[in-house]
Design a protein around this ligand. Structure first.
Ligand code: SAM
Length: 250
């Protein structure tokens, strides 16, 4: 999941990559952005991808900085926002050493961008993103949930048992072999075959507090079961799988 991987998603992004916004059926992200905005404030979208969320920000903020390390995705984002002169685009590696291209902002969004499998790279991104939130600012973070991934595995086991498999077969069909056990324990699990970091709620709490963010509001951003399984049975209802959404401030 390096820069080249993301660069290649340009052109076919909507078909290939899970969209947090597109699956947010309760429009919770839009609601939060409008709730957290105030006149004359500045926002940033860290890892903006093809710019799905920028139009929401541009309705509420007087200045917006959208950054991503993929020039091709930034170009798509810029095309979508051609009419919005208050949006600036920055080709910027959040895990790199270069000085940030803008000053700390009032609201930062980091939606499904802190998901790479490399722990050191993620640590650098945590620091860059949180350093770019003003002292009185807020960060809205969305990341895959490790608990949800475990729950999905349980649902697969449950489904196999209900389908009549015996316990051993249901387990074999439902859980991966031990080859990737260490990565899985760290929450690094494949999404569409790509190793992707998933977070525990408590892990996010510790991470944020270490970075000086004491006020944390957590909620689940739920998705339908069709995001996890092809053709899930009708009985597979709530609780649904989810991403963690956190609004964090100092
Ligand atoms: C799953 S996409 C999410 C895009 C967008 N936030 C959304 O929700 O539609 C992850 C994005 O993070 C960007 N990204 C990942 N690592 C990055 C890094 N180190 N620096 C800048 N952008 C990064 C990728 O290029 C990609 O556009």
């Amino acid at each position: 999941m390096d820069r080249a991987y993301w660069e290649k998603t340009a052109g076919n992004y909507a078909a290939d990559i899970f969209s947090v916004l597109g699956n947010d059926s309760r429009t919770r992200i839009a609601e939060l952005i409008s709730h957290l905005a105030a006149p004359q404030q500045v926002a940033a979208d860290f890892g903006c991808g093809p710019g799905q969320i920028i139009s929401l920000l541009s309705e509420h903020f007087s200045e917006i900085h959208a950054c991503d390390w993929s020039p091709a995705l930034l170009q798509e984002a810029a095309k979508k926002s051609a009419e919005n002169s208050h949006v600036s685009f920055h080709e910027f590696d959040l895990s790199g050493e270069a000085p940030p291209p803008f000053a700390p902002v009032d609201l930062g969004l980091c939606i499904n961008a802190l998901i790479g499998p490399d722990v050191e790279e993620r640590q650098r991104i945590w620091h860059t993103v949180t350093d770019l939130i003003a002292a009185s600012g807020k960060l809205l973070l969305v990341v895959p949930s490790h608990e949800s991934a475990l729950f999905t595995s349980y649902r697969r086991l449950d489904w196999n048992l209900r389908a009549g498999l015996d316990g051993k077969d249901a387990e074999t069909q439902s859980y991966e072999s031990d080859e990737n056990a260490s990565a899985r324990e760290q929450g690094v699990r494949p999404i569409d075959g790509v190793p992707t970091k998933h977070f525990l709620k408590e892990e996010l709490e510790v991470q944020f507090r270490d970075l000086g963010f004491e006020n944390l509001e957590f909620e689940k951003l739920p998705y339908p079961w069709t995001t996890e399984f092809d053709d899930p049975p009708e009985w597979m209802a709530e609780p649904n799988p989810w991403h963690w959404l956190v609004v964090a401030s100092r």
